[in-house]
Ligand binder design. Structure first.
Ligand SMILES: Cc1ncc(COP(=O)(O)O)c(C=O)c1O
Length: 393
């Protein structure tokens, strides 16, 4: 046995990323459930429904046929063609299938995008509040996340003016925007997206568009960055609209000049994306009617929350445009949303995510509710929260 005390294995500085605090809420909810309580889960951002039946059938058939080998690193060609067709069908834009890269969820898409676009030390702007892994992946890769605070007047999205001001203060190399966004559920209008992309283009800032919640838009149709340019990196996934979180499958649309770079990275980092998931994903496009019905269920839940939460006492929240999130201002009740979420779980048995995960500055005043569950749960949550707030004030 080697002497482990001599050279103890210590972690690198860049791996020192913060934990996801929602997992503490998840653990507390699991303890209550083990003790026999019925918890309404609105904390984790994932659909309660299964993948489309067409996807499951295709995966079953592939398993029955036998061998599941590697695929080409950029993905199965027929899947890449099908994804390109999806843009023609939903965005009315022609994309060369050669520009589509299949990825292990959009999470792997971020790693490929950041590695292919940025050097260590490069500065990348993101909106605050925002999805925490953006900043944590950038940090782990040696880049510097630059948080730009967003405001109600701009639907909580980055603007061209805010980007230009941040760039003037200290040069930026990239900007990442999401619409619909997590945790806010707000969307950028076509004009707002064009304004931000125009400012990025003028300043030579590389643009990354996280379009993972496309397909889940209620206020107005979500516009893809692909409609405006070939030079943005677009990241998308089968996790949300197609209800395939655990299949770990997504895609990117990359500028023509970047395809070979991303291919070389994927060859080395992953070889290829899980084959079974790729086969299922291609068939998922034939299950859109089933997924649209699920989306209509989210729309019903959205209505229940938007009308019910104000009656329950939570009357301040951001526009509930898309995705399946409602971001509520709870500053009337607390200056510590983590404690608020813990108490709401323990006393009302409703689990939600404290805003501190998404916004280090103002997150203590917000709580995120995910409404991707059942209609019954959305209704019951409103009633439970109403009773609880009446009691605790
Ligand atoms: C905004 C956003 N982007 C990306 C992801 C990552 O999703 P996946 O890796 O499952 O595609 C999530 C997951 O919640 C998300 O909310």
């Amino acid at each position: 046995m080697l002497d482990s005390a001599k050279h103890p294995m210590s972690a690198s500085a860049r791996s020192n990323v913060p934990p996801f605090m929602v997992m503490d809420v998840v653990a507390a909810a699991a303890r209550l459930e083990a003790a026999g309580r019925r918890i309404i889960h609105m904390e984790i951002g994932q659909p309660a429904a299964a993948a489309p039946a067409t996807a499951i059938a295709a995966a079953r058939a592939a398993l029955a046929a036998g061998r599941i080998g590697y695929t080409q690193s950029l993905g199965i060609p027929s899947l890449r063609r099908r994804i390109a067709r999806h843009y023609a069908e939903t965005q009315n834009v022609d994309i060369d299938p050669a520009r589509i890269v299949v990825t292990t969820g959009s999470s792997a898409g971020f790693i490929l995008a950041f590695l292919s676009l940025f050097e260590a030390g490069d500065r990348v702007a993101i909106a605050s509040p925002g999805y925490p892994p953006y900043r944590h992946i950038l940090t782990a890769l040696g880049c510097e996340p630059v948080l730009i605070e967003t405001r109600a007047q701009t639907r909580w999205a980055l603007t061209g003016a805010a980007l230009t001001a941040a760039h003037r203060a200290r040069p930026l190399h990239g900007v990442l925007a999401a619409s619909p966004a997590n945790p806010t559920g707000t969307m950028m209008t076509a004009e707002a997206l064009a304004d931000l992309m125009g400012a990025a283009h003028d300043a030579g800032i590389r643009f990354i568009s996280d379009e993972i919640y496309h397909g889940l838009d209620y206020a107005f149709p979500a516009v893809s960055a692909a409609r405006l340019t070939d030079e943005a990196v677009i990241i998308n996934s089968f996790s949300k609209y197609f209800c395939m979180t655990g299949w770990r499958i997504g895609w990117m649309v990359v500028p023509p000049a970047l395809v070979r770079t991303v291919e070389r990275l994927q060859q080395n980092l992953a070889i290829s994306v899980p084959t079974l998931s790729q086969i299922a994903a291609e068939a998922a496009f034939d299950g859109r009617a089933e997924m649209d019905a699920i989306k209509h269920g989210y729309e019903d839940n959205r209505k229940i929350l938007v009308e019910g939460l104000p009656r329950a006492g939570l009357d301040r929240f951001l526009p509930v445009d898309g995705a399946f999130y409602l971001y509520a201002d709870v500053s009337r009740f607390t200056s510590d949303s983590f404690d608020f979420a813990q108490r709401m779980l323990a006393e009302a048995h409703v689990a939600a995510t404290p805003g501190v995960d998404f916004d280090p500055t103002h997150g203590r005043e917000f709580v995120r509710f995910c409404y991707a569950g059942s209609r019954h749960d959305a209704q019951a949550a409103v009633e439970r929260i109403g009773r609880w707030l009446k009691k605790t004030g």
